[in-house]
Design a protein around this ligand. Structure first.
Ligand code: EPU
Length: 420
């Protein structure tokens, strides 16, 4: 028996939804908290499987994790031990790699298994490791485990060949206690990086320039506990905005930072979506006459690769030909094969796809091959005639906080079943 998510499509949605704290900030903030020498309180934690896995890793490290409320945890590393992370749990998610930077930064030593996560084509971590080496660490890999150690970490100038989110955050964490100044050039500029730098600075770190392409970190001797509230999840927000553009009679999406969604909102405007953008919310009514657009994924502030997949589902309803070009993960197109099973007309090319619309979609058996493919299947399922059955739901649960509950409250017919 395994669990599937089922959606009966064709029902218009109406009401308000509140966006949760950002998954891709949370999964870095939790490991970053171990750099403190006292309790760190984090508010706005999304209810996702990745958080549970990270909390389990914290417990392996003898870090106290107190779940105060649904979205509110206290992480107390006062009595932590730098235990080898050779447990399989590390391979369940990508973000376990943030323990590399955090433990190296704190102890000068870390041994852990290779991180896992969604398969989106090759996802190397060479830039993370080169960054650690530049700070004076030695990296070895044997029996599926990395050992990274340094007698002393010393600040360095690091140029990233690619503006990697993970490498930028990991190097920030590894260098907060390093002697002297670290400079990261061609740093990634995603809002989640600013959120992690804000947490570390509240703990007493001296990080400047987060959100620009040059970040400097001046090493400090000690970090203390603090209180932090996570920024809203721009990808969850974008997913609900796309869902609203597809199916909303009228939907209010609350707790967003519209600036973080500029690239998506301007593309949707170009498509002819009816929307009104407020200070921290957006109101959307579906429009009958959507026009196709072309998008190219880029690092922030460009169009997010994570939203490319749910947007593909919406493009099946737009008039004309829309081309999606991937520049971040060139193999991130498995959702197109699933959408085609539902009736979409999509031509796959090298690192690109052309979607011809509008085409009606029909409910059938599909798979959430990765997290954001799961989001695309939900958009398509809501649009489709009949019932869509989505397999591999655990991918969706890794990154979307109570998505079926939120959609049900808006009037969607969505439920889970155990099937053979
Ligand atoms: N890259 C390298 N070497 C490295 C690191 C990255 O070649 O050492 C390449 C990657 O292969 C990719 C590009 O650089 O082509 C950008 O990767 P990046 O490191 O920025 O991605 P990431 O940190 O692994 C995060 C998010 C992803 C999101 C990407 C891009 C987390 C945990 N994951 O991944 O989120 O797609 O940034 O914005 O923050 C998701 O939420 O579904 C998801 C996959």
């Amino acid at each position: 028996m395994h669990e599937v998510m089922k959606i009966e499509g064709g029902h218009l949605l109406e009401g308000e939804v509140k966006i949760s704290g950002a998954k891709n900030a949370t999964v870095a903030l939790i490991p970053a908290a171990v750099l403190a020498n006292g309790p760190v309180t984090i508010v706005g934690i999304p209810q996702i499987a990745d958080v549970k896995a990270l909390a389990d890793i914290l417990r392996i490290l003898k870090v106290e994790v107190i779940e105060v409320a649904n979205d509110h945890i206290i992480i107390d590393p006062s009595h932590m031990e730098n235990v080898d992370l050779d447990d399989d749990i590390v391979t369940k998610l990508r973000a376990s790699y943030y323990f590399m930077g955090a433990l190296l930064g704190k102890y000068g030593y870390v041994r852990m298994k290779m991180p896992g996560g969604c398969y989106l084509g090759p996802r190397p971590i060479d830039l993370h490791l080169k960054g650690f080496e530049a700070l004076g660490a030695k990296v070895t890999y044997e029996k599926a485990c990395y050992t990274i150690q340094a007698k002393k970490l010393k600040g360095a100038k690091i140029f990233l060949d690619i503006a990697s989110v993970g490498a930028t955050i990991n190097i920030m964490m590894a260098s907060v206690y390093a002697e002297g100044r670290t400079t990261i050039e061609n740093a990634a500029k995603e809002p989640e990086i600013i959120d992690v730098a804000t947490l570390l600075n509240k703990m007493g770190a001296r990080i400047r320039g987060a959100g620009t392409n040059v970040i400097t970190i001046d090493g400090v001797k000690s970090l203390s506990g603090c209180f932090h509230e996570i920024i809203p999840d721009r990808i969850e927000a974008g997913t609900f905005i796309i869902i609203a553009a597809a199916m909303a009679k009228r939907m209010v999406i609350n707790n967003i930072i519209p600036q973080h969604l500029d690239a998506l909102l301007s593309k949707l405007k170009e498509m002819g979506v009816n929307m009104e953008v407020g200070v921290d919310k957006v109101v959307i009514e579906r429009s009958e006459n959507l026009k196709s657009v072309d998008i190219t994924t880029r690092p922030y502030p460009g169009f997010a690769t994570d939203l490319q997949q749910p947007l593909t589902a919406l493009l099946t309803q737009a008039e004309g030909e829309g081309k999606i070009t991937e520049t971040i993960y060139i193999e991130r197109f498995k959702h197109c094969i699933e959408l085609a099973k539902m009736g979409a007309d999509i031509e796959l090319m090298q690192a690109a796809a052309i979607i011809k619309g509008p085409t009606p979609l029909y409910g059938t058996k599909v798979s959430a091959t990765d997290l954001r493919c799961g989001a695309a299947m939900i958009v398509a399922g809501l649009l489709a005639e009949g019932v869509t059955s989505i397999d591999n739901v655990y991918h969706i649960d890794r990154g979307y906080s109570e998505i079926d509950k939120k959609l049900s409250a808006l009037g969607a017919k969505i439920w889970r079943e155990n099937v053979d």
